[in-house]
Design a protein around this ligand. Structure first.
Ligand code: PFF
Length: 532
C-alpha cells in the first residue's frame, strides 16, 4: 500500500476497512432506502426481492470485482483507466461502432428520428474513440447522476427540517401527498436545500481521500446502521406489522413480470454504484496487497443487507397503518410522514428517518463527485481543490435546472422538443429525463462495456494477475477445496486447477454478464418481448 503512494504520489485509503466502508457508503444510498422499497412494492414483494438477489450475485458481484481491479491496476479515474488500457486498434469496437452507425441509418430510414440520431452519433463516437469512450461516458454519467441525486438529497434536508418543526403530521395520505407536491414544485427552497447538499459533498471531497471521504464514511455508515435498526424495531413493534414482513418474505411469483426482472437488473447497477466507474475510482486508491475479492463480497453484502433492512423498516409500518405498498416514488416522502404521525414521539422518529436518508445520500454523493474530481486531477492536471469546487459549482447549476423542471414546466420550455424526440412524445421533466437516461441506459450500458472490455480486450488473465495480489485463494485453489475450508493448503493444491473462483469469474465476465445485460436492453428497446 505504501508502495503505491510513493511511486504514483496518489493518496490511498488507510486500509481495507476504510476502503470497504467508503465503497459501501457509495453503494448504500437513495437507491436502497428510497428506490428499492417502492420498486419492491410495485413489483409484488418477496418474489421481486429474490430475483433482485439473483441479479446482484450473477451480474453485480462479478462487475464489482472487475471495476475495482481496473481501478487498482491503472490507479486512474475511469477515463484515464480506459485510455491507458485501450489497445491501438480494437476490431470489436470498430465492428460495434459500424454496426451502430448502420442501425442509426436504418432507423432514420424508418423515420425513428430520435433513436436514429442517437445511434448514429454514438456509433461514430465508438468507432473513433474506441473503448476510451466507456471511461469518458462514466465521468459524464457521474456528473449527470449527482445533479439530480443532490436535489433528492436536498429534499431529505428539507424534510428533516420540516419534521423538526413538526410540520409533517398528517392523519391521512392526501395532505401528505399535497405537501410533497407543493414542496418539490416550489423551486426556491428546493434549490436552497440542493445547494446545502452540494456544499456538504464539496466540503468532504475537498478534504481528500483519507481525511475527507474515508473519515465521513467511517462515521456515517455505522450510524446509518444504528438509526435503521432503531426504526426497524419501532416499525416491528406496531400492531399489524407482520403483514409487512409477510409481504417482503413470502414470494408470490404470479406477481412477478418480465418487466420486474429487468427493473431488478438495472437497479442492481444503480444500487451497487456500478457501470460508471465509481468503483474504478475508489479502487484506484486501494493498496496492492489488499484482497479485492473479499472487499467486493463485503461491499455487495452490506449494500444488499441495507436494501433488505430498508424494506423491513418501511413495509411493516406501511401495512400496520393500512397504506398501499405500491405507492410508487412518493412512498417514502408521503407514506413515511403519515406513518410517523400515528406513533408516539412521531416527529422525533421522522427527524431521525430523514437524517438517515440524508447521510445515505451524502455518502453516495461524495463518490459521484470524486469520480469527476479524479478525472480533472488525473487527466486535466487541475489542483484537487480547484477541481472539487469548480465541478461542484457546475453540477449545482445543472441540478438547479432539474429542480426547476419538477415545478415550473414552463420555465423549461425548449427542452420539450428534445425530450419528445428522444422519448416518443411522453412528457417528462428534465429531472426524469436525466434519471431515466442515467439509471436505465448509461449505467447498464457502461456495465456491459466494462465486462466486455475486461473479458475480451484487456483480458481475464491480466485481470486475474492483478486480483492475485492480496488474494491467492481466488486464482490458485480449486473451488471444491476452497469450499471445504482447506484454503491454499499445498497438499490439496498441486498444479493449475480448471475450477477456481477466478475461472468462474472469467466465465461470468465474458459470457453471463454481457448476455444478461443485452437481454435487458433488447427488451427495453422492444426488440425482444419476454412478457408471456
Ligand atoms: N448507489 C447509489 C444508491 O444506491 O443510491 C447511487 C449511485 C452512487 C450510483 C454512485 C452510481 C454511483 F456511481
Amino acid at each position: 500500500m505504501k508502495e503505491n503512494r510513493e511511486t504514483t504520489g496518489r493518496e490511498n485509503w488507510s486500509g481495507r476497512l476504510g476502503f470497504i466502508l467508503a465503497a459501501a457508503g457509495s453503494a448504500i444510498g437513495l437507491g436502497n432506502i428510497w428506490r428499492f422499497p417502492y420498486i419492491t412494492g410495485e413489483n409484488g414483494g418477496g418474489a421481486f426481492i429474490l430475483v433482485y438477489l439473483l441479479c446482484v450475485a450473477i451480474v453485480g458481484l462479478p462487475i464489482m470485482i472487475c471495476e475495482i481491479t481496473l481501478g487498482r491496476h491503472t490507479q486512474r479515474n475511469p477515463a484515464g483507466c480506459f485510455a491507458m488500457l485501450t489497445p491501438k486498434s480494437s476490431l470489436l469496437s470498430h465492428f460495434l461502432g459500424a454496426g451502430m452507425v448502420l442501425t442509426g441509418i436504418a432507423l432514420l430510414v424508418f423515420q425513428s428520428y430520435g433513436w436514429g440520431i442517437a445511434a448514429l452519433v454514438l456509433g461514430a463516437l465508438v468507432f473513433r474513440k474506441s473503448w476510451r469512450l466507456v471511461g469518458i461516458m462514466g465521468v459524464l454519467t457521474g456528473f449527470l447522476i449527482l445533479s439530480y441525486y443532490s436535489v433528492v438529497g436536498g429534499w431529505a434536508i428539507g424534510y428533516a427540517v420540516k419534521a423538526a418543526a413538526n410540520q409533517l403530521s398528517f392523519d391521512s395520505m392526501e395532505p401528505a401527498k399535497e405537501t410533497f407536491v407543493n414542496f418539490v414544485s416550489n423551486p426556491l427552497p428546493v434549490i436552497g436545500f440542493h445547494l446545502l447538499f452540494m456544499l456538504l459533498c464539496v466540503l468532504i471531497v475537498y478534504k481528500g481521500i483519507q481525511k475527507g471521504i474515508e473519515t465521513a464514511c467511517k462515521i456515517m455508515v455505522p450510524l446509518l446502521f444504528i438509526i435503521m435498526l432503531m426504526l426497524i424495531l419501532r416499525g416491528l413493534t406496531l400492531p399489524g406489522a407482520d403483514a409487512g414482513i409477510r409481504f417482503c418474505f413470502t414470494p408470490d411469483f404470479s406477481k412477478l413480470t418480465a418487466q420486474g426482472v429487468l427493473i431488478a437488473l438495472s437497479h442492481a447497477f444503480f444500487t451497487l454504484s456500478l457501470g460508471m466507474g465509481a468503483m474504478i475510482t475508489y479502487g484506484s486508491y486501494l493498496g496492492k496487497d489488499e484482497n479485492i475479492f473479499g472487499a467486493a463480497v463485503w461491499i455487495v453484502a452490506l449494500d444488499t443487507l441495507f436494501a433488505i433492512l430498508a424494506c423491513l423498516m418501511i413495509f411493516p409500518a406501511v401495512f400496520a397503518m393500512g397504506f398501499e405498498a405500491s405507492e410508487g416514488p412518493g412512498l417514502l416522502f408521503q407514506v413515511v410522514p403519515a406513518v410517523f404521525h400515528k406513533i408516539p414521539f412521531g416527529p422525533l422518529w421522522a427527524v431521525l428517518f430523514f437524517l438517515l436518508l440524508l447521510m445515505a445520500a451524502l455518502s453516495s454523493g461524495i463518490s459521484l463527485l470524486e469520480v469527476v474530481t479524479a478525472y480533472l486531477v488525473d487527466e486535466r492536471k487541475w489542483p484537487r481543490h480547484q477541481a472539487v469546487v469548480l465541478s461542484g459549482i457546475v453540477i449545482f447549476q445543472l441540478g438547479a435546472l432539474c429542480a426547476v423542471s419538477l415545478g415550473d414546466w414552463e420555465a423549461m420550455r425548449g427542452t420539450e422538443k428534445i425530450i419528445t424526440a428522444c422519448f416518443g412524445g411522453a412528457k417528462a421533466s428534465f429531472f426524469d429525463l436525466i434519471d431515466n437516461l442515467t439509471s436505465n441506459w448509461m449505467l447498464p450500458l457502461g456495465g456491459l462495456f466494462i465486462a466486455l472490455f475486461t473479458g475480451w480486450i484487456w483480458g481475464v488473465r491480466k485481470a486475474i494477475e492483478e486480483i492475485r495480489h492480496g488474494s491467492k485463494n481466488f486464482a490458485d485453489v480449486h473451488l471444491l477445496t476452497l469450499m471445504a475450508g482447506l484454503k491454499d493448503d499445498p497438499s490439496h493444491n498441486g498444479g493449475t486447477h480448471p475450477l477456481t473462483l477466478a475461472t468462474l469469474w472469467g466465465i461470468f465476465i465474458r459470457f453471463v454478464c454481457p448476455v444478461a445485460i443485452l437481454i435487458t436492453f433488447l427488451h427495453t428497446i422492444g426488440w425482444l418481448n419476454l412478457t408471456p
